[in-house]
Design a protein around this ligand. Structure first.
Ligand code: SIN
Length: 280
């Protein structure tokens, strides 16, 4: 329950809530920020509607929650290095973020989360799915939880953002700086969420390579099982965008996937990512 004027209305039984009673163009007071942080911790992703905000206001909103992480690989919005563009043009067939992932898990200190603002949306389609990795963890058997608790996993940016990657080659210049795709990181497979202490599954299909000390071939069957389990509909919510909609997600608690079902239409989103803390 939020203490102040802000209301959080859950969007599914699993994850996500729409925030009512907030106009981000008029700024936030300290208790609004505390309420929104509490809602993010409770729901994993929070959504806002009809926010007519400028890039400066988007940046100011993000800075109330942490330090902005300048993305190495995405093209920035013109004049705003803090804002990464997530763009698909009518002539392009691949999208950005079209598979389940959590942003920046390849960093030693992965990002807290991202604040994605819809600037231009297709008339239909282009929704984003979110899945709760806390619920995915909690639904595992005690035996598998015990096994996973002992493991760490290796994550990398190389195979996704490096020059040899098909994703980069198909991006038509939307992704760049392939020479900067040098990050490898090891994190516990089960983390304790840094703010809530809730246990959460922390592997993802895009960036996780293997369990530490295991081969790729040894890791694959268990990772595949975890990915099939964690992507079940009962852990998900689906967000239908309108211009001015915002999703603010917690990368330590959720996965997300941008649905690529709007060929021939433009979709332009502005994303700001926030620095996180080391995961334990
Ligand atoms: C992302 O993966 O950060 C982008 C998600 C989206 O465009 O819906």
């Amino acid at each position: 329950m939020l203490a102040n004027r802000i209301e959080a209305r859950p969007t599914s039984g699993a994850v996500g809530a729409e925030i009512l009673g907030v106009d981000l163009s008029s700024g936030l007071n300290g208790s609004d920020v505390a309420d929104l942080r509490a809602a993010l911790n409770t729901y994993g992703v929070i959504f806002f509607r009809d926010q007519a905000i400028s890039p400066e206001q988007h940046i100011a909103f993000a800075e109330r929650f942490g330090t902005i992480n300048i993305n190495r690989f995405f093209r920035a919005a013109p004049g705003y290095p803090q804002i990464a563009e997530v763009r698909k043009e009518p002539n392009q067939t691949t999208n950005i973020g079209g598979g389940w992932h959590t942003d920046h898990s390849y960093d030693q200190i992965p990002a807290l989360g991202s604040i994605l603002l819809a600037r231009e949306v297709p008339p239909r389609g282009g929704d984003t799915l979110f899945a709760s990795m806390s619920l995915a963890y909690e639904a595992l058997s005690d035996g598998l939880k015990h096994t996973l608790q002992q493991l760490r996993a290796v994550h990398s940016s190389r195979h996704v953002f490096g020059a040899a990657s098909q994703y980069v080659q198909d991006s038509d210049g939307r992704l760049g700086n392939s020479d900067k795709a040098t990050q490898d990181a090891s994190h516990p497979v089960i983390i304790r969420h840094p703010e809530t202490g809730r246990k959460t599954l922390y592997v993802n299909p895009a960036f996780t390579l293997r369990f530490e000390g295991w081969t790729d071939a040894e890791s694959k069957p268990l990772l595949d099982f975890l990915y099939a389990h964690a992507s079940k509909p009962e852990f998900q919510t689906r967000f239908v965008w309108r211009e001015g909609s915002i999703a603010f997600w917690d990368n330590r608690a959720t996965w997300h996937l941008a649905v690529n079902d709007y060929h021939g239409e433009r979709r332009l989103m502005h994303r700001i990512t926030l620095d996180g803390v080391a995961l334990e």
